[in-house]
Write a protein that binds this ligand. Sequence first.
Ligand SMILES: Nc1ncnc2c1ncn2[C@@H]1O[C@H](COP(=O)(O)OP(=O)(O)OP(=O)(O)O)[C@@H](O)[C@H]1O
Length: 600
Amino acid sequence: MAHLLIYFRKLHAFAGLKLYINLIGMVVISMLEGFGIFLLAPMLSIIGLFDSGTGGIPFSSALAGLLQGLSDSLKLTVILTSFILLLIIQGLLQRRQSNLNETIEQGFIRHLRIGVYESLLQSDWTFFLRKRKSDFIHLMTNELARASYGIYQALRMLTTILFTLVQIGFALYLSAPLTACVLVCGLALAVFSRTFIHKSRTIGNETSALSQSYYAGVTDHFNGMKDIKSNRMERQHLIWFRTLCYRMEHNLIQFTRLQMTSQYYYKVTSAVLIALFVFLSFAVFQVQAQRLVFIVIIFSRLWPKFTSLQSSWEQMAQSMSAFGSLINLQQEVDSARELELHDLMNNDNSERMEQSIECRSVNYRYDLNDSAYALKHINLHIPANSMTAIVGKSGAGKSTLIDLLIGLVRPEKGSVLLDGNPLIGDNAISLRNTVGYVSQDPFLFHASIRENLSIAAPDATEEKMWEALRFSASDEFVRLLPQGLDTVLGDRGLRLSGGERQRIVLARAILRKPSILILDEATSALDSENEANIQEALGQLKGKMTIIVIAHRLSTIRHADQVIVLDNGRIVQQGAYQLLSMERGGMFSRLLNYQAQHGT
Ligand SMILES: Nc1ncnc2c1ncn2[C@@H]1O[C@H](COP(=O)(O)OP(=O)(O)OP(=O)(O)O)[C@@H](O)[C@H]1O
């Protein structure tokens, strides 16, 4: 319930006055409905169903007084016209209120959706390292939809409660003891329904867990489809998928069964209560027949509302776990926030590296509970406009070192300094505005080449784009594409080879005119000729920007000013290429020898 209150507070903050106008509208609509019922009294009296006028029915008696002296047919015309007028006003208000309800609800859902996405973008990289990609997709789609539905049910419940209260007010006016009696029964029903609410919440938790597994599994399977097909792993995946689908089916059927059972008990209890209520009216409270007719009309309209209240409550309880997941996510992103909203929209602040970037006694662990360090005792100095190569075996810590150098992750111990200042907070964000980064697994958006390039540099002219493509040795193949720069890449567009993708991403990085260009195995998928072209282009950039290259193929780093050799998270050698290659017994010369012998 605490989770729901948090969301109600958010709703209150979001909708403000509109929420109250909506609620007042609901009260007015219920009152009009009440008046409509009371108009029935003089009508029934004229028709002859009530033989003693309006029998002291409130409002109706006053109306009967007003109509005194008119002929019966004129009275009936006035009453029926008033009835139609009331219904027209009520209908208009109802329409307005439903539209307002929808506007509030959809606006709030949009507000939540954007809020979650903004919070995610404001979080630091370590937060993403801890989470599965599918969990975000699950939260942004399934859980948000369930929470939205929960909000819809909550608003519905609120309006139903108001309607019920107004109608109960009318009933109290007609017979206080009888209404009190019905209310006590209603309360007893509410206590009885707590078991159903509790069960709904348990089923809801299971729904969340199951759909989270579903999203995670499906994302994994489709990401790894090539491996699945190549290694004939379809059977295991199908068994897993079938089992999960059966469990999801069972979970939802369980919830419907629970709802149907509670509705059944509600219906049976209503019948018993109505019988008891008529009996008590005659035998105990001796309520006037005319009043009893009206109380019966009011409560016969109210019982379905009670049932709908119960159903909304169960639905809300079932969605509670989705609220819980979203609140947990919000707490996690709050503690992992590195960007303010303002920084998200304004990328202008850029801190170009003027002198150097340094690591002083840096240690880093991905998991603080694990004794294994990804990097240990790292001391290094990268001067501005130099070319630095980082080499080492797989898992040595090369990519982690890059993440530290651009402030994506922060050292557990020691410090990273940019021009002598700690690379933290705004400093790190401003530095990243001037970084061009090509990762091991370069990513292109499902959009045209032009759009993929202009994401990095929105103001770049077509000429600059071709220049960048020439730099990355991709101009020739792009020119041959059917729509040139406007060729759409990705899922339903052109699929590029690994090497072609690397080259476009390299063009994108260079188009930013970065002060630091980072290439993490960025040319590993290229043929020798294209790689040589890029090496030549990089050579021309030397002295104009800081270049940091991670390379397994050591022939590609011959022009580096310094080489850093990592082994098992530690720097084991550091210095000029020639110098290191001559250090006999050193890891670098061993790697060189190995590659020379195996021709890699
Ligand atoms: N997200 C992560 N969570 C936990 N441990 C990680 C994570 N990423 C990397 N590691 C661990 O940190 C160590 C260094 O990894 P890193 O990716 O920096 O190595 P690398 O030298 O770049 O390897 P490669 O050449 O294979 O890309 C490895 O032991 C790896 O298992």
